[in-house]
Write a protein that binds this ligand. Structure first.
Ligand SMILES: Cc1ncc(COP(=O)(O)O)c(C=O)c1O
Length: 451
């Protein structure tokens, strides 16, 4: 029953979105004026009317990220199964803070995460949990790594440490690490910017040099972040080199594979993630290339005891512990928690591994089509990645002006990006399993008409 209702809504919406605009043209003032004049909350409004109105607002005043010509920031088109899952979750509202309150939901999550743990090549007893997204997973990684490296951090805080901790990342790593450094108290200056090679991958020699220099200067290096699919250009850091270095230097290797991690499922792509299974922890988002609605991140860590140590909390308020299981509230950042994992479980059960391989490889193929099509049309590709993310430019391009024309004509949504210290270029990422070759060819042709 839920399935039939959701199926017909989703099918209609998909058609509407595919045939409608992608980019809105609205100011904050217009929306605020509308809301103020329609909703002062003094009188109830019929639910049918509010729902219709909200849908209208979402259709009109939103970048349509599920449009096949949205070439954007990793926000995917979503599978029907995953939308049904979120509907069920809202209806049953299970509380996953403890195992006892939601045994079924907790075990479904554990089972689903176990599948991906194996794909990454982590040991079967590694820890894994669903998070709100990549930012929470990366935060979890830093907290656990700090707790592991500095036994005084948890109880005494940073002031008890003899030396200032340092994390090694590149400028291409996700910018959320700036906030994480701030929030964990290690400070933004604890982020050491390792140089990149011309292909924007972390330079292992510069990493070694910086770690040695910091040790000599009395700092306490504890963590290296390798990105598997950078946000700007889809570059994969040299994970096997980083893993070897971290092992020899007793450093924690975190692989931020928020977007690129899904490639581990694909026989065609998985070799590009070689070395990821040697990481101490991994971030991978279901709400990116696994095509489920936000927010669904995943955090994996081979040191289960360290996770339990970092997030432990005792209270008589919560139901008692259950033998043989970790309660999520005492092994993660969140306390009350939504049944995040059902959307991946349901989609995976429905499409099967083969269906996911097909979806992921289709998008990789569309990335190749886009690259080729742009080259043929005279554009210059400036990034290098096996993943479906293309950064490109042409002589005299002013990206902001070009994008304004692209949006105005509703051709596609793509963005502007600066790689290293070069001039800004255009960035287009295939994020929808519905994008076809003809979508791409049409977009590239229409782009050629923009002066
Ligand atoms: C490499 C990388 N890490 C982390 C994040 C943050 O993930 P989220 O937006 O799910 O919090 C992103 C977001 O795009 C990302 O590209």
């Amino acid at each position: 029953m839920v399935l039939d209702e959701v199926r017909s809504l989703v099918t209609k919406l998909q058609d509407d979105i595919e045939n409608g605009p992608i980019v809105p043209n609205v100011t904050p003032q217009e929306i605020r004026r509308y809301l103020t004049s329609h909703y002062d909350f003094t009188k109830p409004v019929a639910l049918d009317d509010v729902v219709a109105d909200v849908e209208h607002m979402l259709r009109t005043w939103q970048v349509q990220v599920t449009h096949p010509r949205y070439f954007g920031l990793f926000n995917p088109s979503v599978t029907l199964a995953s939308v049904v899952a979120d509907t069920l979750v809202a209806m049953y509202n299970p509380q996953l803070a403890t195992w006892r309150t939601s045994p079924a939901a907790n075990e479904i999550e554990r089972h689903t995460l176990g599948w991906l743990t194996g794909k990454f090549g982590l040991p079967s007893n590694a820890f894994a949990s669903f998070t709100t997204g990549g930012a929470e997973s990366n935060l979890s990684a830093v907290i656990v790594a700090l707790t592991c490296a500095f036994p005084d951090y948890g109880e005494g805080g940073l002031r008890r440490l003899a030396a200032s901790p340092a994390i090694y990342i590149t400028d291409e790593a996700h910018h959320g690490f700036q906030k994480i450094a701030h929030m964990t108290g290690i400070g933004r200056r604890a982020l050491r910017r390792v140089a990149t090679q011309p292909d924007l991958k972390m330079d292992p020699e510069d990493l070694a040099r910086r770690v040695a220099e910091d040790r000599r200067a009395g700092f306490a290096p504890f963590m290296v972040v390798g990105t598997a699919g950078t946000t700007a250009s889809g570059v994969i850091d040299p994970l096997p080199d980083l893993a070897r270095f971290c092992r020899s230097e007793d450093l924690w290797l975190h692989a931020d594979a928020a977007w690129g991690g899904a490639a581990i499922v694909s026989p065609r792509l998985r070799d590009h993630l070689a070395g990821i299974g040697d990481a101490d922890s991994i971030t991978c988002d279901a709400h990116k290339w696994f095509s489920v609605p936000m927010g669904a991140g995943m955090f994996f860590c081979r040191h289960t005891d360290a996770v339990a140590g970092a997030f432990r909390a005792t209270t008589s308020v919560m139901p008692g512990e259950t033998d043989g299981v970790f309660d999520p509230y005492s092994t993660s950042v969140q306390w009350s928690r939504r049944f995040i994992g059902l959307k991946l479980f349901l989609a995976l059960a429905h499409h099967g591994e083969s269906g996911y391989i097909e979806m992921i490889e289709h998008q990789a193929r569309m990335g190749d089509v886009l690259r080729l099509s742009l080259k043929r049309a005279g554009w210059r590709i400036v990034n290098s990645t096996p993943l479906p993310l293309v950064c490109f430019t042409r002589d005299g391009l002013v990206p902001a002006k070009f994008l304004a024309a692209l949006y105005e004509r509703q051709i596609a949504w793509m963005s502007e990006i600066r790689l290293g210290d070069s001039d800004p270029v255009l960035r287009a990422c295939i994020t929808s399993f519905r994008t076809t070759e003809s979508d791409i060819e049409w977009v590239v042709r229409e782009m050629g008409r923009i002066a």
